[in-house]
Design a protein around this ligand. Structure first.
Ligand code: 8X3
Length: 257
């Protein structure tokens, strides 16, 4: 295998799926993680048909289960274990409740996925990168990590944690060739918003009325830009949002007729 290898968590939808397409197009081999094995199988078929020069390895597990994660990584054949890039993308937001009204079980899901899952994957993959003397960790953070917004306190806290974990890892790796990047999207239209509104597609669609949001592909282009920068350049952070968005709470939406 001559191609570089990227492991993408949460690859079956949204930004993760867009990254899978982008890196496949650029000739990388892909290790794709998500919970749903059938969806991963379909995605592998789609990618290998469209990009015959690359190969895809499916790695179905839930990033919240660190034993499953460890077993999955240990099951990789040696040539697949030489991961060049880890994209910690798996993440979600459920609900728009106030901090004194929300559901503790839903908060657990966000904290376990967005923080503890990311940390477990980092802990599992980075030692091998260090041994090989090369590697890059790209975390999908969020504008939500820069400042809390109404109805988002737990999600915002998880993304603030992603920033701290990215910065901490960059510090811990400062005397190595490894690079750490935190990509912080603003409004992106994916299935992510439908999950935020607990499956209410209309509420999710309404959120984007009057503004042109970013797409998963827009984010994937930026992720690829960071990954393909020359080895002496570490893109530490990128904050990107629609032109009509200014902060996590301020955006301009054209009035609907
Ligand atoms: C999601 C982006 O703007 O909804 O991370 O916080 S936003």
């Amino acid at each position: 295998m001559d191609n570089r290898i990227v492991l993408i968590t949460g690859a079956s939808s949204g930004i993760g799926r867009a990254c899978a397409h982008k890196f496949a197009k650029e000739g990388w081999d892909l290790i794709l993680n998500a919970r749903d094995e059938a969806k991963l199988g379909e995605l592998r078929y789609e990618l290998e048909m469209e990009y015959p020069k690359i190969t895809v390895w499916k790695l179905p597990f839930d990033v919240r289960d660190r034993k499953q994660a460890q077993a999955a990584l240990e099951s990789l054949p040696p040539e697949w274990a030489m991961i060049d890039l880890l994209i910690n993308n798996a993440g979600l937001v459920i609900g728009v409740d106030k901090e004194f009204e929300g559901d503790l079980d839903e908060w657990d899901i966000m904290i376990d996925t967005n923080i503890k899952g990311l940390l477990a994957m980092t802990r599992l993959v980075v030692p091998g990168m260090l041994e090989r003397g090369q590697g890059h960790i790209i975390n999908i953070g969020s504008i939500a990590g820069d400042a809390a917004y109404p109805g988002g306190s737990v999600y915002c806290a998880t993304k603030a944690a992603v920033k701290a974990l990215s910065d901490g890892l960059r510090i811990d790796l400062v005397d190595t060739p490894l690079r750490v990047t935190n990509i912080k999207p603003g409004m992106v239209e994916t299935n992510f918003s439908v999950v935020r509104y607990r499956g209410d597609k209309e509420a999710a669609d309404n959120f984007y009325k009057g503004i042109r949001p970013l797409t998963g592909d827009d984010i994937a282009e930026t992720v690829y830009f960071a990954a393909s920068a020359p080895a002496h350049i570490q893109i530490a952070e990128v904050l990107l949002m629609p032109t009509n968005q200014a902060t996590g709470t301020i955006s301009y939406k054209k009035k609907q007729e």
